[in-house]
Design a protein around this ligand. Structure first.
Ligand SMILES: Nc1nc2c(c(=O)[nH]1)N[C@H]1C(S)=C(S)[C@@H](COP(=O)(O)OP(=O)(O)OC[C@H]3O[C@@H](n4cnc5c(=O)[nH]c(N)nc54)[C@H](O)[C@@H]3O)O[C@H]1N2
Ligand SMILES: Nc1nc2c(c(=O)[nH]1)N[C@H]1C(S)=C(S)[C@@H](COP(=O)(O)OP(=O)(O)OC[C@H]3O[C@@H](n4cnc5c(=O)[nH]c(N)nc54)[C@H](O)[C@@H]3O)O[C@H]1N2
Ligand SMILES: [Mo]
Length: 714
């Protein structure tokens, strides 16, 4: 049996990559010195951009952090209080197994709720996959649906293109003349280590870069030739007005429209006002979006005249009240301007999966159909003692790879819900705000303590081998091992019949582009060879009619049969601007006049790293507020402020800046919730303010939220 190289033995180096949900997979070279792991470096290899960010380079501070959990904990105080006592693994696992059996025999498996998110995104030690397999083998349980990242984008892509694989490899940007970063800030948020190098190169080649964002984001500041402001959640109005300009000036790609799209006429009737009497003119959009008319007109002309143009539709504008409409409108513009499936173009709208021969295997899902509640509806489901129909209330809540009570919306409701939830278990590295509400917290291994395979979730044609760099602290297991132990105790026989090594060998052997495990260990980086960029829908566009789009009409559905069949006026079949609840047109602005957005931080991966010293001072966790809004409230840069609404209140430090539009404020998400005795969050967690209402098609609407701000009375 080959053994994993062990750097402690000498002054050697092994490679791995983060498995966190940050969007990138970079090369981490871990160096041992005098038998100890000393430092991490990074480099590009095989012509691939693989440079890690400061978070990756600081992973030794995570794995060896003094607050790392190493013993199973049992709650000893009230939920949330954070008082725990250590217990043995046998006691902890026996107790959980008892609770599972007890709840199942009295209330049925639907009383077992499991919540899993992207704590670990590696191929084998993948938190959703290992958790789904366990609960799938137990029976029909209750879980959540709705991806918090991009459910709006996903639903839109399925409706418009019939697939979520709407992405192209990043090298396609080198062929663009115009790149529109629409609600996308990849200088701060990681989306593959190749994104920024390719954007910079494209710019050098002459591409113009425009950012459409309520903030002059880090990306806008560093890269953009122009910042076009737009109020959160009003992007669909702006896109409709661009379509108005294109239609009224007859700047359309007629051939593409006629050959490849379905339902343009209905969209045209909406845009011109023939359908509803309201022409979607730039003047109309300006009053909604706050975007200058001139910017709208120029952007519309440029988008079609400067082909090929890549409209990179970010996920954040889709995380709004009617988020799916934004993605539908963006894809529609890409289609009618002839920017889909061509060199340097982009399909726009959609999760942006790139189908390029990565390893598809994970721990097999038994395919059980669980009862599903939407992620944002979870708290209501937990609070409802007799959920609708015959469904039993939650008797056991199992959370894996998710800092639920920080990252899900409407924290104060969440707090109540977790007080009411059944017996609660989580596997964690740290005592997070969520773990503080658990009855049992099981310590879990860090990715550097497991062998695995890492692959980027968008872009980048490669896979990285992840060495087991370190032994876990004594007794600490992976999620997979914990569930294997529990499976034995509850009588599931076939949860895991292989060693980690055997699983990895199997995943590799199923994928022809990859070497065997030993060769992969030696090499570390597997590049998937391609001639030129992989461009979504190029096959369809280049071979007219030969390869239909996987939609009911075989075309790009501007009029969506899928949405039409839903017969829901809030999910119209053509892309439509619908004014948001808690948007600029809601009467609630009288009380709460500012729109809050909560972007992702450069210094965290969601809530991870908030507790890690060398990293947590690299972000900007201040509350961004425009000079005008600050002046009205006599707020000065650096003042302590309260941000509040009907749901909660947090304390933050103001950054008074022209880099955010008037009427909009912003605070980075992922800061750890830390309530004081009055319930005011001193941690700065945006979700104390957000609304747990989803969009009609299932988007996580965190960027739809009205607030008021006042200076703290000292
Ligand atoms: N206001 C606002 N809220 C948001 C967003 C927003 O933009 N604004 N974004 C949303 C989005 S897009 C997302 S994806 C969600 C993310 O929300 P979460 O999925 O809750 O993300 P994390 O904060 O990364 O939490 C992952 C947890 O897993 C733990 N972990 C790490 N490795 C492992 C492991 O191997 N095993 C186990 N068991 N645990 C591990 C970490 O310690 C961490 O506590 O947040 C959403 N929340
Ligand atoms: N460093 C780092 N990288 C990450 C993550 C992380 O936490 N940290 N998280 C990963 C994950 S899980 C995800 S889902 C992605 C998230 O990636 P995104 O969804 O792209 O990230 P955000 O930072 O939420 O938003 C991007 C930009 O959109 C703007 N924006 C917000 N609302 C609107 C709107 O209504 N309209 C417009 N036009 N713009 C708007 C924000 O001001 C921000 O500048 O990033 C991934 N990469
Ligand atoms: Mo996400």
């Amino acid at each position: 049996m080959p053994t994993t190289p062990h750097p402690q033995k000498n002054d050697s180096t092994v490679t791995t990559t983060c498995s966190y949900d940050c969007g990138s997979r970079c090369l981490l070279k871990v160096h041992a010195q005098d038998g100890k792991m000393a430092r991490i470096s990074t480099e590009n290899q095989k012509g691939l951009h693989l440079q890690a960010c400061p978070k990756g380079l600081a992973q030794l501070s995570v794995v060896g952090h003094p607050d790392r959990l190493t013993l199973p904990l049992k709650r000893a105080g009230n939920r949330g209080e954070g008082k725990f006592e250590p217990i043995s693994w046998d006691q902890a696992l026996d107790m959980i197994a008892d609770k599972i059996r007890g709840a199942t025999s009295t209330f049925g498996t639907e009383s077992l709720y499991f919540i899993t998110n992207t704590g670990s995104m590696a191929t084998l030690h993948n938190t959703p996959a290992v958790t789904q397999r366990f609960f799938g083998l137990l029976g029909r349980c209750t879980t959540t649906w709705g991806d918090p990242s991009y459910e709006g984008a996903r639903q839109s892509a399925l409706a418009t293109f019939g697939t979520a694989a709407t992405g192209s490899t990043r090298d396609n940007l080198l062929l663009s003349k115009l790149i529109i970063l629409w609600g996308w800030n990849p200088v701060a948020t990681r989306f593959g280590p190749d994104t920024i190098p390719f954007l910079k190169q494209a710019q050098k080649n002459g591409a113009r870069i425009v950012c459409v964002d309520p903030r002059q984001s880090q990306t806008c500041h560093a890269l953009a030739d122009e910042w076009i402001p737009v109020k959160p959640g009003t992007d669909t109005a702006l896109l409709a007005a661009m379509a108005y300009v294109m239609i009224s000036e007859n700047r359309l790609d007629r051939l593409t429209i006629d050959t490849f799209t379905h339902g343009f006429d209905s969209f045209q009737a909406y845009v011109t006002g023939d359908a509803d009497g309201v022409p979607k003119t730039p003047e109309w959009a300006r009053s909604i979006c706050g975007t200058p008319i001139e910017s709208i007109v120029t952007l519309a002309r440029e988008y079609i005249e400067n082909r090929p143009a890549a409209l990179m539709a970010g996920w954040a504008p889709g995380r709004t009240a009617f988020g799916e409409q934004f993605h539908r409108a963006a894809s529609t513009l890409a289609a009618i301007s002839g920017n889909i499936g061509i060199d340097g173009g982009h399909a726009a709208g959609g999760p942006g999966y790139v189908d390029m021969g990565l390893i598809k295997g994970t721990l097999p899902d038994p395919g059980t159909r669980h009862r599903q509640v939407h992620f944002t509806g979870l708290y209501d489901a937990l609070l409802d003692p007799k959920p609708r129909g015959s469904h039993p209330p939650c008797r056991l809540l199992y959370i894996v790879g998710c800092n639920l009570l920080n990252q899900n919306l409407n924290l104060n409701k969440g707090r109540q819900a977790l007080m009411h939830a059944g017996f609660t278990i989580t596997h964690e590295l740290f005592l997070t705000p969520t773990a503080r509400f658990a009855d049992i917290v099981l310590p879990v291994s860090h990715f550097m303590e497991r062998e695995d395979i890492g692959q980027p979730f968008v872009g980048g044609p490669y896979g990285l081998h992840m060495h087991k760099v370190l032994e876990p602290p004594p007794g600490v297991m992976s999620d997979l091992e914990i569930f294997s132990e529990l499976a034995r105790r509850v009588g599931i026989e076939n949860y895991n019949d292989r060693t980690d090594e055997q699983w990895l060998e199997r995943f590799l052997s199923d994928e022809p582009g990859f070497p065997d495990l030993n060769a992969f260990r030696d090499d570390g980086v597997q590049r998937i060879e391609r001639k030129g960029p992989l461009i979504a829908f190029q096959e369809q566009i280049e071979n007219q009619g030969q390869y239909p789009f996987p939609t009911p009409s075989g075309k790009i559905e501007i009029f969506s049969s899928r949405f039409s069949a839903m017969e829901n006026p809030d999910i119209p079949p053509i892309p439509t601007y619908l004014p948001a609840w808690e948007g600029p047109e809601d009467a609630l602005v009288q009380r709460y006049p500012l729109q809050l957005v909560s972007p992702h931080s450069n210094a965290r991966a969601n809530s991870q790293f908030d507790n890690i010293e060398p990293i947590n001072n690299r972000g900007d966790d201040r509350l961004w507020i425009n000079l005008k809004d600050a002046a009205k409230r006599t707020i000065q840069d650096g003042d302590a402020v309260h941000v509040h609404n009907q749901r909660g209140r947090l304390r933050a430090i103001a950054k008074v800046t022209h880099r955010i539009m008037p009427g909009v404020v912003s605070i980075d998400q992922g800061q750890w919730y830390a309530p004081d005795s009055a319930g005011i969050d001193t941690g700065g967690c945006a979700n104390i303010l957000t609304n747990d209402k989803r969009s009609p098609a299932g988007a996580f609407a965190c960027n739809t939220c009205l607030v008021q701000i006042e200076k703290c009375a000292e």
